[in-house]
Design a protein around this ligand. Structure first.
Ligand SMILES: C[S@@+](CC[C@H](N)C(=O)[O-])C[C@H]1O[C@@H](n2cnc3c(N)ncnc32)[C@H](O)[C@@H]1O
Length: 222
């Protein structure tokens, strides 16, 4: 890996390292997080509000389980994007009715078309804090006015911190809930609700965590 003059990894190196880690993690991810009740409940919240056949974007979709499958099975047109080829392979295999693309969150743009909703479950936490406001802005730009945005993160005061995750080195970022809410509002969203829950992963290698789920709507005026 090369380093930039400031001693940080370049963006491309960082993205390649994160993708490599998730290529290695592959199916172990779903085995380590088998009980995704909070995420499934968030998907149900969205399903109650979407018109039939809505376009939904799953940002950092991973294996597509449970969310892309939940939304696709309900008849919505799901597009999942991720930077890990292996995660996308699993998603194609297990959620055949959805469309998946190899795309970085940073490269989301309006040529993807407008979505009735975007979900980003535990994917923005893979970006450094410096890139999160622009990622939220890019997400905002692809949501229809008054469309929905569901975001989940692990609650922690961390910025681009190296950790070992299921045997692979990754870098993770988190916020306390008030800071996360502030960022989302600054990006042009109205926060309709916030849920938090304690989560104990199946793997003894991982510590219990507090998960935050933000239920947001694109502010129709911005
Ligand atoms: C912790 S997993 C969450 C997967 C899925 N959303 C879920 O809830 O099960 C994070 C996912 O984000 C992807 N990812 C990491 N950085 C990304 C980026 N810059 N752009 C798109 N996807 C990214 C990883 O490859 C991985 O599949």
């Amino acid at each position: 890996m090369t380093q930039d003059p400031g001693g940080l990894y370049s963006r491309a190196d960082r993205q390649a390292a994160q993708a490599w880690a998730f290529d290695r993690i592959g199916e172990h991810y779903d085995a380590a997080f088998p009980h995704k009740e909070g995420q499934i409940a968030a998907g149900e919240w969205l399903l109650e509000r979407l018109a039939p056949g809505s376009r939904v974007l799953d940002v950092g979709c991973g294996t597509g389980i449970p969310t892309a499958r939940q939304l696709s099975d309900a008849g919505h047109k799901v597009t999942g994007v991720d930077i890990s080829g292996e995660m996308l392979r699993l998603a194609h295999r297990d959620v055949p009715d959805a469309e998946f693309r190899h795309l970085d969150i940073a490269d989301l743009d309006p040529t993807l078309g407008a979505f009735a909703a975007v979900v980003a479950f535990f994917s923005l936490l893979m970006l450094p804090r410096a890139e999160i406001p622009s990622a939220l802005t890019k997400i905002h730009q692809v949501i229809e006015p008054e469309g929905y945005f569901l975001l989940s993160m692990v609650e922690a005061d961390l910025d681009d911190t190296p950790i070992h995750f299921l045997g692979s080195p990754v870098r993770v970022t988190g916020y306390v809930r008030s800071e996360l809410e502030k960022l989302v509002i600054e990006a042009g969203f109205e926060v309709i609700g916030l849920r938090h829950l304690s989560y104990a992963p199946a793997s003894t290698e991982l510590l219990p965590e507090v998960q935050l789920f933000l239920f947001c709507r694109r502010d129709g005026r911005r």
